[in-house]
Design a protein around this ligand. Structure first.
Ligand SMILES: NC(=O)c1ccc[n+]([C@@H]2O[C@H](COP(=O)([O-])OP(=O)(O)OC[C@H]3O[C@@H](n4cnc5c(N)ncnc54)[C@H](OP(=O)(O)O)[C@@H]3O)[C@@H](O)[C@H]2O)c1
Length: 340
């Protein structure tokens, strides 16, 4: 095992076993409107519950199943005693038209603006799957949900969020739920002339670490997104970050086989955080703060990413991924990059 892997493992174990995260009461979300994707279960649901408990005016649970979202909204109202703050809106990040439709509704119905987006939904697929709506030759569900759909959402929401930031005199926040697993891949696809095309090849797709690759790519593109936001002369400041929630007992690995489930059960028992605790990291990301911009956040503070991110080639790869991704987004929604 290399020294850097050992150091990453050591950080992971210390974080899981010896770290107490600051409580949600450290932050207030009074009068704010927040959108949380994947808010019907796991980390998204518990983060949304914290936001409602900490005074948010409106929390949009952006979910692909409306009935699951409505059950989540009821559970939040019951536990916080605040009726009608959390509401479920349909959003399927694997369907670009659904993302566009969701943003259209935000523009029409959230007259008070949008302060925070928690881009949290995610999938851990073990097989290469494409949604029918995905363009022919697309890089599959893991990449579409974990990276492309969320960047489409973030860029489409920028004008509304900038206007809100100007009106409030306070920066808006777009925080993405990342993962410590970004360091668990050597990311061999990075040497391809077109990385997204390489990932789209069903025959050579390495699904064993596709999720890790998606979280690494997410981290790299959000770093570039942050640089673009910093460079932009448009009024209305937006802070963006990637949050590592740690290892949390949720349903994210549900597509893995029965042997893995048995193994995971033991690991979860020994090491995991509850979703209520793990989601405190999302609350910290959502609170923003200058120091979080463009950063990988770990244990509710600025952390240190690992693996390929530290490679001398990482910056060039980051730029290449950004070029490829933005070309894709322009294809999906012409003119979108002007939002930057
Ligand atoms: N649990 C961990 O140890 C861990 C560690 C690091 C990072 N994370 C990240 O944390 C985030 C939340 O995951 P979780 O652990 O809380 O697992 P989870 O309970 O499975 O939550 C994932 C959420 O994403 C939603 N989702 C999946 N595909 C979607 C789509 N196409 N459109 C809209 N929503 C979609 C799911 O909705 P459905 O219920 O409809 O499927 C669910 O609400 C993910 O980004 C995950 O990668 C988790």
């Amino acid at each position: 095992m290399s020294t850097s892997t050992l150091s990453n493992l050591n950080t992971f174990l210390s974080s899981q076993l010896r770290t107490t995260l600051p409580p949600a009461t450290t932050h207030t979300f009074t009068s704010q409107t927040l959108i949380v994707t994947g808010a019907n279960s796991g980390l998204g649901l518990e983060a949304a519950r914290h936001f409602v408990a900490q005074g948010a005016a409106r929390v949009i649970l952006a979910v692909r199943s409306l009935s699951a979202g409505e059950a989540a909204a009821r559970s939040i109202a019951e536990s916080t005693g605040r009726e009608g703050v959390a509401e479920a809106w349909e959003l399927d990040l694997a369907r670009y038209a659904s993302v566009e439709g969701f943003v259209g509704r935000v523009e029409r119905e959230l007259e008070g603006g949008v302060d925070v987006v928690v881009a949290n939904a995610g999938v851990f697929m073990v097989a290469f799957e494409r949604q029918e709506e995905e363009e022919e030759g697309g890089p599959g569900m893991t990449m579409v949900v974990n990276v492309i759909g969320h960047m489409l959402l973030a860029l489409l929401l920028l004008p509304k969020m900038r206007a809100t930031a100007v009106a409030r005199g306070r920066a808006g926040v777009i925080t993405f739920t990342g993962s410590f697993t970004h360091w668990m891949t050597s990311f061999p696809e990075r040497t391809a002339a077109d990385v997204f095309a390489e990932l789209a090849d069903r025959k050579t797709a390495r699904m064993k670490d596709r999720y890790y690759v998606s979280k690494l790519i997410q981290l790299l593109v959000v770093r570039e997104f942050a640089e673009e936001l910093t460079r932009s002369a448009k009024p209305g400041k937006i802070i963006t970050s990637v949050v590592n929630p740690g290892f949390v007992a949720t349903r994210i690995m549900r597509h893995e086989g029965p042997m893995f489930q048995i193994f995971q059960k033991g690991l979860l028992k020994m090491l995991s955080r509850t979703p209520e605790v793990g989601s405190l990291t999302l609350v910290h990301g959502a609170a923003g703060g200058e120091e979080t911009h463009g950063q990988y956040l770990d244990d509710c503070k600025v952390g240190k990413p690992g693996g390929f991110v530290l490679d001398p080639q990482a910056r060039a790869t980051q730029k290449q991924l950004w070029r490829e991704l933005t070309a894709k987004l322009e294809n999906i929604h012409p003119g979108i990059m002007q939002n930057l």
